[in-house]
Design a protein around this ligand. Structure first.
Ligand code: APR
Length: 235
């Protein structure tokens, strides 16, 4: 551990599963309940905006009733106490990392609690519905959409993510299936940049073979014990 100073952590839906937020591809997951083509593409939004807005209004409501679990809290503790570099890159659009107290968080797929104006490009904090086409707080145009990166759209802040990866000594992946790129390719990028790689997941992911180490189990158990381990070895 002596040589580990900078850490990049990738989180996915599995870290929020024990907070009662559905994952996407597990049994009974979101993509079994809804067709991606109907709710998570720009084409779907153009075709049937009401269906898409209602879907995200339902999700936005749901996440505000959930609370962080021990895995979120452990990463928030790491964020507070780790003296080296740390970036939590999350694919999740919930705000449970921040509600647990983490600050060094980057949402690469957007955030439920933001609305994005397609007229003036402003992102505004938003907790209510969008189905009634409310006006943008910045320009007054009724052109708000969920601030979610849909399939076929570019994830956010990729240059910041790669900059952190270039300096990372350790890359850790938590609660993700490794099914969606570019996030699914980060482990190989990290390896090629010389970082150690660790996976914490309920079951082996599609990218498990690329990790130096894989630990299987629920995030609420694996993450707190891993954080204890890391902080106990901090110089
Ligand atoms: N603890 C740890 N891991 C868990 C837990 C848990 N309690 N529950 C589920 N998992 C694991 C599953 O084994 C699976 O590997 O979390 C992963 C969830 O995978 P997905 O549902 O595919 O979610 P994710 O990898 O985050 O999806 C990536 O796909 O749909 C898009 O944009 C969306 O950000 C999302 C992206």
């Amino acid at each position: 551990m002596a040589d580990i100073r900078n850490i990049v952590i990738l989180t996915g839906a599995g870290i929020s599963a024990e907070s009662g937020i559905d994952t996407f591809r597990d049994a009974g997951g979101l993509w079994e309940q809804h067709r991606v083509e109907d709710v998570a593409t720009p084409e779907a939004f153009a075709r049937d905006p009401d269906l898409v807005l209602r879907f995200y209004d339902m999700r936005r409501d749901a996440i505000q009733t959930k609370t962080p679990n021990p895995a979120h809290r452990a990463l928030a503790r790491l964020d507070r106490e780790w003296e080296g570099g740390l970036l939590i890159v999350t694919q999740n659009v919930d705000d449970l990392h921040e509600r647990a107290g983490a600050e060094r968080v980057l949402h690469m797929h957007g955030e439920h609690l933001n609305a994005w104006c397609t007229a003036c490009d402003t992102r505004s904090r938003w907790t209510g519905p969008l189905i009634d086409r409310p006006d943008c707080p910045a320009c007054g145009e009724p052109r708000l959409r969920p601030d979610i990166v849909w399939f076929g759209e570019m994830p956010y802040r990729m240059e910041d993510i790669y900059a952190a990866m270039r300096g990372a000594h350790l890359f850790v992946s938590i609660g993700t299936s490794g099914a969606v790129y570019p996030a699914a390719g980060f482990v190989r990028d990290a390896r090629s940049l010389g970082a150690k790689t660790l996976e914490l997941n309920l079951e082996r992911s599609q990218g498990s073979g690329w990790f130096d180490e894989t630990r299987l189990g629920p995030a609420s158990e694996l993450v707190p014990s891993w954080v204890d381990e890391v902080l106990s070895q901090q110089n």
